[in-house]
Design a protein around this ligand. Structure first.
Ligand code: HEC
Ligand code: HEC
Length: 347
């Protein structure tokens, strides 16, 4: 703690503004890349929100996007592995990530398998279309949930949806899978989280972080070496690393092609953004670590499987108060969540 005070005093007397002395920049909403130049109409975002919360998405009408991406949990779902209604509630092989700030993600999913410019031939229009990452993800997500057999015929007769598609896609208001994906992605781009105590601290409110969290921030950027991968406004390098987490999942290794790449990325996963991480337990691609304390203890012992782990992962020798300070810092990355959800038309 005193180190932080002395550090701040030294900076103060040197006349160095805090913003230049620390490694993180605040999030800037103006840097969101909206397709088709500029933010879309509210009508498109509203349509996307209704679709996102609509349980008719799966054949048995028991699960919507929001079942696994719940607003009070920062759009994650609180279980280690999400379960799929249309597959008899079998678990998926991965943990559901938060959707906050997904607008900035250059690659999606733990293995980064979705990025901009992927092309599809939708069954309904039969015209090839190449989409940005979020639109591609929504399109794939609907397809994998058998929307082709169920969702479109169910929402097409709903008057309120007809009006919404009309307003979002004039003049025709066609109800197609690509239009649905565009609307959902527009809604997802509005999920911005930049009001955590850490954000207020970055904006100059030094009292926004407890002294423990300030000490945690120092450790994060110093002795604990977290910043080697968790850097930038979203606390991620968007790279892929093997942390020494025992797992059967090949991760990024399954998505690359040459033998050298396969070896390099075997069981490597995307560095997750850390905003709202206090709300998204359990952690890691397989949800195998139940709490932030467990995550920090895992890093402190240098992971559990040394065979392929990144050279950046090694025992850290943190004291218990240092581990607690890191947890306090990670908790300062969360903001208050909405509790309400949105009902969909005709439900
Ligand atoms: C059965 C639970 C479940 C449902 C339903 C679901 N998701 Fe997901 N979602 C997940 C899981 C699990 C992942 C991570 C998958 C992976 O990395 O392989 C994920 C990943 C994502 C991502 C990538 C996030 C990132 O940071 O990489 C987006 C975006 C997303 N889902 C949006 C949606 C949308 C839109 C819908 C509805 C069309 C939806 N999800 C329905 C569980 C679900
Ligand atoms: C070598 C790069 C690297 C370093 C260094 C690193 N991380 Fe990570 N972090 C990752 C990756 C990659 C994952 C996801 C791994 C997985 O799921 O297998 C992750 C996951 C996490 C998670 C779980 C997030 C979630 O949504 O599940 C937390 C919390 C976290 N790291 C905090 C830290 C802290 C604190 C430190 C410093 C002690 C640190 N990380 C150091 C790359 C790194």
């Amino acid at each position: 703690m005193w180190i932080s005070i002395v550090y701040s005093l030294v900076l103060f007397f040197l006349g160095v503004p805090w913003s230049q002395s620390q490694p993180f920049e605040p999030l800037d909403r103006n840097t969101i890349q909206w397709p088709d130049q500029g933010p879309p109409k509210q009508a498109l975002i509203d349509l996307g929100r209704h679709l996102f919360f609509d349980p008719r998405l799966v054949e048995n009408e028991q699960q919507s996007c929001a079942s696994c991406h719940q607003p009070p949990l920062a759009y994650s779902d609180g279980v280690a592995l999400s379960v799929q209604a249309h597959k008899g509630w079998q678990p998926t092989k991965r943990n559901a990530p938060s959707l906050y700030n997904v607008a900035w993600a250059p690659v999606l999913h733990w293995d980064g398998r979705i990025s901009d410019g992927q092309c599809f031939v939708p069954e309904d229009t039969k015209q090839t279309v190449c989409l940005p990452a979020l639109e591609s993800q929504a399109f794939e997500s609907m397809r994998s949930r058998q929307v082709y057999t169920g969702f479109l015929p169910k929402i097409k007769p709903v008057k309120a949806y007809q009006t919404m598609f009309q307003q979002a896609f004039p003049p025709g208001g066609e109800i197609t899978h690509v239009h649905m994906a565009r609307a959902m992605a527009a809604f997802e781009r509005t999920l911005v989280s930049d009001r955590s105590p850490f954000d207020r601290y970055l904006q100059g409110d030094r009292s926004a972080l407890s002294l423990a969290a300030q000490r945690g921030l120092e450790l994060f950027s110093g002795k604990a070496g977290c910043i080697a991968c968790h850097s930038g406004p979203l606390l991620t390098d968007w790279g892929f690393h093997h942390l020494g987490l025992p797992s059967e999942d090949p991760g990024r290794g399954e998505q690359v092609h040459t033998a050298a790449e396969k070896q390099r990325y075997h069981q490597a996963f995307r560095t997750p953004p850390l905003r709202n991480v206090g709300l998204t337990a359990p952690y890691m691609h397989d949800g195998s670590l139940g709490s932030l304390e467990a995550v920090v203890a895992f890093y402190d012992r240098g992971g559990d499987d040394a065979a392929h782990r990144s050279p950046l992962i090694h025992p850290l020798g943190l004291t218990l108060p240092e581990q607690q300070a890191l947890v306090a810092f990670l908790e300062s990355l969360s903001e208050a969540m909405p509790t309400e959800s949105t009902a969909s038309p005709g439900r």
